[in-house]
Design a protein around this ligand. Structure first.
Ligand code: UT7
Length: 336
């Protein structure tokens, strides 16, 4: 018999250092006005020198576990969505497990760009749903400034660093009369469009050499407009699709929580869906695009501010490199 999979707690850690648009004005041919008008971003966070993705993930995870009243060893599965791993191998999830002092879990990274969180969440959901494990820690963590070319205004102004997570618990449906938990998801990818948003070098196709470094091939390379257009179209489709699957009309949704890449992308998706602006959460203005960390960060902010409470119906939606996209429908549980 399948289990219900409920969100039990959340956590987040964003570095203290705030990097404002004004600071970019000082080093690039850009302006606060341009960045705010085209993206909605006002500032982002920067990891401290030497601060790694697993360090940030650790702080978010410890907060999440403490709120749930659990010890690190209660967790049996750790997934980290990231495209900025501490090392190519081992996985950031392995480093995180070690830093947590967890000895029971199996742990791995999931690389799906900005869709990394929704992909990771639904992977954990399936592992828990079939009864294999009770608790899973699902983290989105990134140090996007490590992939940002601070001399290239086309992309560096968009990104930031940070980590956030959710703790999932599998319970018997009889113990969950409220019907909380993850209900369904929709995930897709189109691998023919990978070259529109990528990091060329550092993998096995273009190993690191002095040439790849000199040619700035270790940084984000992106054609902004096709990403923008595909993001709006695909995220809209993903929301409609998952709501059709669960037979819930958009009017019944309390929160639409989308990947935070650009305020214009989120607003265009909201208008296309025809749902009220107040139900579509946005914090891209404060953090920029933190890739796999954006969605759990939004959920944690909403929950800790008391705006997202048990019984709320939530749709998550995302789009990113690959291209990858998708959505999740869930009913928020009682979190601490
Ligand atoms: O989740 C996946 C991650 N990525 C994304 O979601 C990004 C999706 N794309 C976007 O958000 C937008 O395409 C951008 C924000 C990247 C760019 O906005 P845009 O409205 O598509 O601008 P554009 O690329 O058409 O550029 C317009 C102008 C260009 O100048 P010219 O050719 O018109 O003279 C750019 O060179 O703006 C210039 N520009 C800038 N100007 C000042 C580009 N970046 C900057 C900048 N500051 N930072």
């Amino acid at each position: 018999m399948f289990k219900d999979v409920i969100v039990r707690s959340s956590g987040r850690y964003f570095p203290e250092r705030v990097f404002t648009n004004k600071e970019y004005e000082a080093i690039l041919d850009t302006s606060d006005e341009w960045i705010v008008e085209r993206t909605g971003i006002k500032e982002r966070r920067l990891a401290a020198p030497g601060e790694t993705v697993s360090d940030m993930a650790l702080k978010a995870s410890l907060q999440c576990l403490e709120r749930a009243g659990l010890e690190p060893d209660d967790v049996e599965l750790i997934i980290v969505g990231t495209v900025t791993p501490d090392t190519i191998f081992p996985a950031t999830a392995n480093w995180l497990q070690g830093k947590l002092g967890n000895t029971r879990a199996w742990s791995f990274d999931l690389n799906a760009g900005c869709s990394g969180y929704v992909y990771s969440l639904n992977t954990a959901y399936n592992m828990l749903r079939n009864g294999q494990h009770r608790y899973a820690l699902v983290v989105g963590a990134e140090k996007m400034t490590a992939l940002s070319d601070m001399t290239n205004r086309d992309h560096c102004v968009l990104f930031g660093d940070g980590a956030a997570c959710l703790l999932l618990e599998a319970v018997d449906p009889a113990e969950n009369p409220q019907g909380w938990g993850i209900k369904d998801f929709y995930l897709q990818s189109d691998g023919s469009l990978g070259n529109i948003l990528m990091q060329t070098a550092g993998g096995s196709s273009h190993p690191s050499t002095y040439r790849t470094v000199r040619n700035h091939q270790h940084f984000v390379e992106m054609q902004g407009q096709p990403v923008f257009k595909n993001a709006v179209r695909r995220m809209y489709q993903a929301v409609i699709q998952v709501l059709e699957q669960v037979n819930v009309p958009p009017e019944e949704i309390d929160w639409f929580v989308g990947h935070q890449a650009n305020a214009r992308i989120i607003s265009a998706t909201q208008r296309r869906l025809g749902v009220p602006e107040e139900k579509v959460y946005m914090n891209v203005q404060r953090y920029g695009n933190t890739t796999a960390a954006t969605i759990p960060c939004c959920l944690d902010e909403l929950a800790t501010e008391g705006k997202l409470v048990a019984g709320h119906k939530v749709v998550l939606f995302t789009f990113g490199t690959g291209f990858t996209w998708g959505s999740t429908y869930l009913v928020w549980g009682e979190t601490k």
